[in-house]
Design a protein around this ligand. Sequence first.
Ligand code: GRG
Length: 308
Amino acid sequence: MIAADNLPETTRDGDFDLLVYLQARQKLCEAALSQSVPQQYPETIYESMRYSLLAGGKRLRPILCLASCEMMGGTMEMAMPTACALEMIHTMSLIHDDLPAMDNDDYRRGKLTNHKVYGEDIAILAGDGLLAYAFEYIAAQTENVPAPQVLQVIAQLGKAVGAAGLVGGQVVDLESEGKSDISLETLDFIHKHKTGALLEACVVCGGILAGATPENLQRLSAYAQNIGLAFQIIDDILDITATQEQLGKTVGKDQQAQKVTYPSLWGIEESQKQAQQLIETACAQLEPFGAKAQPLLALAHFIVNRDR
Ligand code: GRG
């Protein structure tokens, strides 16, 4: 039996209340994000950066980073600058992904896309501004973490967003457009890089900031790789089953573009099973952490059961 004061603060009567936890963390992240990029001169670029950064979203990436840091014995304060930086990078990837040269989308997070409001030139620069600022923000704002750990976080994140991560995944995705013979191996490559790499960085960076051992970082990495792929499988399913109101963006785009996706290869039911299996594999990695793993376990289940 675990003492009540060792359980996460949002636990009531021994049960972890994910909804309460998510709402509280989302609120904290919103406030920290708004503070991180103040409105200033030149007005247009900051307005454009803030428009997308503060447009809502589940804030899953910063929440994963905070939860991982806390599970490994660190504090939310140690991880908040990195958590904000992760959301800045995620947001910049959405801004660039929505551009006419990429996915050409008009809606994101229930609002017009950045380039629809500010034009393509400013949208590109807003993405660039957020990307550069994310790294500056970690380096300048992280407190009470030894410098080598901060450096390790910056290196980890650089790898996750560059050609070895998001950028590489996006390139293979673009090259696969219009091809109906994409293999499962290529599909996995795209999503492990385009979606998985940043989710993995969130969890691993949280651990690094808390001073986790290499063995525990390995566990965090394995957990994150599995939730990353499950996240994308569910994303593909929601593109078929959800509405524009639910997702805040145009739906059915994959089918329209005849894109190879997990449900197009396996069907919806089998895709759901595969996602569930990945979540179970992810959660098994957290067994040694006992009750302290409750938030990350609940977040993994949220990923497969979400409807947006
Ligand atoms: C990173 C330098 C650099 C460039 C970007 C455009 C690009 C290269 C990569 C595309 C990355 C991308 C858009 C991946 C899709 C990830 C994904 C499933 C996003 C949806 O995430 P949610 O559901 O969204 O967490 P919210 O709005 O809730 O945050």
